[in-house]
Design a protein around this ligand. Sequence first.
Ligand SMILES: [Zn+2]
Length: 576
Amino acid sequence: MTQQTPASRSDRSPQLVLTYDRYLDNDALLAGLRTLQVARPDLLTLSELGRSTEDQPIWLATVGRGSAAEVQGRPAMWVDGNIHATEFTGAMAALHLVDLLLAEDRPDGAADQLLDQVTFYVVPRLNPDGAARAMAASPELLRSGTRPYPWDEPRLGLHAADIDGDGRILQMRVKDPAGDWQVSPQDPRLMVKRRAFDQGGSYYRVFAEGRFEGRYDGHLIHPAPALPGLDFNRNFPNGWRPEGEQGGAGDFPGSEPEIQAVLRFFAAHRTIFGALTLHTFSRALLRPFSDKADEQMDTTDLWLYEAIGRRGTDLTGYPAVSVFHHFKYHPKEVISGAFDDWAYCHLGVLAYTVELWDLPTAAGIAEKNEQKRFIEWFRDHPVTDDEQILAFVLQQAPEALVTWRPYQHPQLGAVEIGGWDGLYSWRNPPAQLLLAEIAPVSLLARDFATLAARLTWRDISATALGPRRHLLRVALENQGYLSTSGSVRGRLSGVARPVQLRLELPAGARLLSGQHLVDLGHIEGRSHRVGLTPGSSPTDNRRVVEWLVEAGAGDMAQITVNSDRGGALSGTVTFG
Ligand SMILES: [Zn+2]
């Protein structure tokens, strides 16, 4: 699945501190972060991004070397996970990334390491409330937060729940000649779809294991949405639409404290140029737009997205696609209010939604993702795919498919419970397959970060022109791949500050020409030169500034460079 390119450096196999063979609840996740922090206090700071609806801390791991000011001044990558309650894999992948970044950093203090160039802001679990309920001894299936929404009243119908007390939410089935499912001839545990022309067999209705809210009349069973009906990833301001148009969107853009915490953090950290939000499942690298075609994206940014996506595909095997073109839940509907669209459209942050893990592709059904039938596959696929999945599960994680057994349901009467333990097969990888799934995504986050703009001095010197007369010259270069705006959208949005030079002279010295404060605008890296023709390699990633200064021998000038997504620099020149 994973093809490594030589530059990925993954062959170094750094020594990780933690193990990744089980899913961590909130306490264990915090313990893991603290263990990492104790291991490398020089690189890792833990703080609260904010508080959840239930007033639980949302932990933020800041990874970078140096003083707080140095770390905050660098271009930055954002990685979050588990915004959706049941998508624990995202939290584990984010934790793994922190572990990997620390492991790859050489404590000998060798210069020019990644954590000297870029800061990582990692929030493994953006939604501690939802994850706590989904991981409870009696788990709940909910989309995001735990606040009752859109109403307080429980909704009539069947609610997914662990009714037999075995700690899992499996499936229930009842025999029904009008049913949509039938037992697979390959294995009595596996239910497969009844097709259009299937007649005369033994058919079933299949429901989530659950509890019926309201009075069951002996006829009507409809699945009810969970009482907490929020979807945090519809609550971001970009293109936000109300409940009737976009389910789970919340009361208004940014209405939820978890999302407000993200919005405020980005407003205060304009250095962030790239972002990964870690979800499950599908094995896909999703990018904006969700609601419009690629033709409407700036072409340079589109090429940039594609270049990063190709690297991501090389590292993870996941196809990189636009949500609008390839990841619609319904062919005629678009989604809005998602993180990646907001981060790109409002802030020019190159953001991807990573959908980790996919049971069918893990089982070797390559056509699903090769033909980009991420969603459509579930609607329609050959029965041989089901058999292939079965064979894989029986070999790799037989506990994920449970033998059906009779159960006297308190409301529905005689049913059978069994089938998929969906939370740890379809929604998340079985724990024994977790590490293999998350490790390549950490490599993507790490490689993505190496694209950051990187301002460096080419020259900072003074030439004596006569008594107390000096020509002060600074040449600056962006040696990174990305522009100091991160993207064209970042420049147009005006969120990222352009590069500014500040010259400070000692008392007694005087500026004869030029300004103390020089606005250099944004400085390109190499990312805008995708269409470069042979023989042309312009130096548009450089700037030269000269001042005429009156100063005495031994006087020292201080020059500082500030930018958001290109980092900060400072240097001194002593006049001869
Ligand atoms: Zn998700």
